[in-house]
Design a protein around this ligand. Structure first.
Ligand code: ASP
Length: 438
């Protein structure tokens, strides 16, 4: 049946990535033109009209953050069946989680090397003072992971680590009950799981609806930034992209290919690249690990990962193993901190390592999930993008170029699953070596 056309079809039918990039470029051009032709009160008036469209985008992302974390993490944790977990599953799970720490470290290291930042124009900085927050000691940060009251943790300036901790406990308990020998318990656990699974689906639908607004939001955010800060911003954003993609390339070449594939697994690098290329490019264009899943499964088969393992490990990886997202968190948070002049302390860095890893685990495999999770990492070190603050301006800039970063994130995310599972399979002796001509 032919789809009915309505007056906005031209907008919704066009490819989202292309629309976002058009929003980005137009925003920059209009912003630069406004900045060079208007000044003072006149410029302020025009920007006051444009600014709310960008603030709306940030608010929408902020609104959806806690429900997304809660529902997708519960489903992720509850999907790990304890019986399947065994030795192989346990190892896969641990490698998925610990590799994220290494990925965040790559992101941070390259960010410190490149020092990506954009000096935020004075007009945007009014709220900067509100960001200075009492520095918490590491022990307090760690203790705060366990919320005293989960309702308070959700309602009052969300204690995100607390929410995540509770969610993981909840999801893990649910996964144990889903495998219970008591039929009644199993059925009720299954019902609870289905509810959360449904909520997670609704959240993902909401994220994709919000993303339809992204081109307009990005246009407004970038326009304001360019109008107030001028062309100097281009350099800063280019350095942010260079920092991220250098970390991304180094991670793929050094960590994925040389260390994991060649050194630990003893597999030949070029045939490996050949086997995973479809997943890599599909992720590039879809910017969604979830949408790439069927292709990732095919590539996993080509890499010799047996059916019973890949049917469990690859969907799990698409949900919790996101090294590209972890690298991004490290780079993006340094960009935001440097741009607003927030000095990152040792405790901040420790918090970032933990939160960015959790962000990578908690990010849903859909376009733009990573930048929602960045809000959570930022919040944990006291950076909240309230309208008009320097933090909001810095977040707006990174949000403006998010579609480009997401291409890198997603492609690294999907091939990571195949890299780790085949590496473990090779070490444990179950990788099908006939697929490698051996
Ligand atoms: N788009 C990414 C993925 O699907 C998630 C993210 O935004 O970081 O893997």
């Amino acid at each position: 049946m032919e789809k009915k056309k309505h007056f906005l079809s031209w907008y919704f039918d066009a490819n989202l990535l292309v629309r976002i990039l058009i929003g980005l470029v137009l925003g920059a051009i209009v912003g630069l033109m406004l900045g060079s032709n208007l000044a003072g009160a006149e410029l302020g008036k025009v920007l006051n009209v444009i600014r709310p469209f960008g603030d709306l985008f940030i608010r929408l992302l902020w609104m959806i953050m806690v429900p997304v974390i809660f529902s997708t993490l519960v489903v992720g944790a509850a999907s790990i069946s304890p019986s399947k977990l065994g030795k192989t599953g346990g190892t896969i799970f641990l490698v998925y989680v610990f590799s994220s720490f290494i990925a965040v470290a790559f992101g941070l290291a390259f960010a410190f090397l490149f020092q990506p930042h954009v000096a935020i124009a004075a007009s945007a900085v009014e709220g900067a003072a509100s960001q200075t927050r009492a520095v918490q000691s590491l022990s307090v940060t760690l203790l705060n992971i366990v919320p005293q009251n989960i309702v308070n943790a959700v309602l009052h300036s969300p204690n995100l680590l607390g929410i995540i901790f509770f969610t993981l406990c909840f999801g893990t308990s649910l996964s144990v009950l889903r495998a219970s020998s008591n039929e009644r318990t199993r059925n009720s656990a299954e019902a609870v799981f289905n509810v959360f699974d449904g909520i997670a689906e609704v959240m993902i639908k909401m994220v994709s609806a919000i993303m339809q607004y992204a081109p307009i939001g990005v246009f407004a955010l970038i326009c304001v930034v360019f109008a107030t800060s001028g062309p100097a911003v281009i350099g800063g954003l280019a350095v942010a992209l260079a920092a991220y993609f250098s970390a991304w390339a180094a991670y793929i070449i050094i960590w994925y290919l040389l260390i994991c594939t060649k050194l630990i697994a003893g597999l030949p690098v070029f045939p490996f690249i050949y086997k995973v290329k479809e997943a890599f490019f599909t992720a590039f264009v879809t910017r969604s690990s979830a949408a790439t899943l069927p292709i990732t499964l095919e590539c996993a088969e080509k890499a010799g990962i047996p059916k019973d393992i890949r049917s469990f490990a690859i969907p799990l990886g698409a949900t919790i193993n996101m090294d590209g997202t972890a690298i991004y968190q490290g780079t993006a948070i340094v960009f935001v901190a440097l741009s607003i002049g927030h000095v990152l302390t040792g405790a901040d860095l420790a918090t970032i390592m933990i939160m960015a890893t959790l962000a990578a685990i908690g990010a849903a495999g859909v376009p733009g999930a990573g930048v929602i999770m960045l809000l959570m990492v930022m919040a944990q070190i006291g950076l909240t993008p309230e309208a008009g603050t320097a933090t909001a301006a810095a977040y707006a800039m990174i949000l403006g170029i998010d579609a480009l970063m997401d291409i890198g994130r997603t492609s690294a995310n999907v091939i990571g699953d195949i890299v780790y599972v085949s590496m473990i399979g090779r070490r444990q002796g179950w990788l099908e070596m006939d697929k490698w001509g051996k």
